[in-house]
Design a binder for this molecule. Structure first.
Ligand code: KIV
Length: 257
């Protein structure tokens, strides 16, 4: 069973770790067998699985469903799960939804931090020893408030605010932090200041871990963010077009199929 202590050890030894999002049992098993020990059922599923143009429509029931699928495929991974948009409006709701996710198999609850209200919610959850991953920087659930999917923490005031959030979160007892789409040197400063493991996406090379959305790194989403990388080079497209060709030309199926 992979735990947060493995990640603390990796940070202590100045090593790096890779994390991916995943939404189904087959991919979870495949990722685990390839050495991905930390996985996220994130609300990006609203975009890459459900086809919406934001994460706002995702519900706690959607996350629960996918946590169950992933945990079935990779029971020993360290599984992070998102509290989706407005599923942590107040302390009790946040606690109840975190409990639901943990009872389904999530090991760490991730939530997006936008202001003092969300910091207070985190504080409340950590008092109950809920293992929390704070998500700061670009927080897609608040895309309308932020005015788009833009880099955060560019101006000195905003950078200081994010640094203060990071330190507040560590003091509150969160077990890890995720930085999205912030300048590399700010991510470096935060990563070096904190003892807890820090994961980055679009936050440069210095964070302890990196995360990508699986569909982005497989190149099968239509709008791949600039900070992602396509590792697959259209092999899925090729497999599907080969299947069509073989069916149409009578090559597939053979008797054994
Ligand atoms: O929901 C998600 O996939 C995320 C990643 C962008 C880190 O939060």
């Amino acid at each position: 069973m992979y735990t947060i202590n493995h990640l603390k050890e990796i940070k202590k030894n100045k090593q790096k770790f890779a994390v991916l999002t995943v939404y189904d049992a087959s991919f979870a098993k495949l990722l685990y067998n390839q050495g991905i020990n930390v996985m996220l059922v994130g609300d990006s599923l609203g975009m890459v699985v459900q086809g919406h143009n934001s994460t706002l429509s995702v519900t706690i029931h959607d996350i629960i469903y996918h946590v169950r699928c992933v945990k079935n495929g990779a029971p020993n991974c360290l599984l992070l799960a998102d509290l989706p948009f407005m599923s942590y409006n107040n302390n009790e709701q946040a606690l109840n939804n975190s409990i639901k996710l943990m009872r389904t198999g999530a090991n760490v609850i991730k939530l997006e931090i936008i202001n003092q209200w969300s910091l207070d919610i985190v504080n409340y959850l950590t008092n109950y020893s809920i293992p929390i991953c704070g998500h700061i920087g670009l927080t897609p659930q608040y895309v309308n408030f932020l005015g788009g999917y833009k880099t955060q923490g560019i101006h000195e005031n905003d950078a200081n605010k994010l640094l203060n959030y990071a330190m507040f979160l560590e003091q509150s007892g969160v077990v890890m932090l995720l930085l999205e789409h912030i300048p590399e040197l700010l991510a470096k400063k935060i990563t070096e200041k904190l003892k807890i493991p820090v994961i980055g996406i679009g936050a440069g090379i210095y964070t302890d871990g990196q995360i990508l959305v699986l569909q982005d790194m497989l190149g099968i989403t239509s709008n791949i963010p600039v900070f992602a990388k396509n590792y697959l080079n259209n092999h899925i497209n090729l497999a599907i077009s080969n299947y069509i060709k073989e069916v149409e030309s009578g090559i597939f199926p053979k008797n054994k199929n």
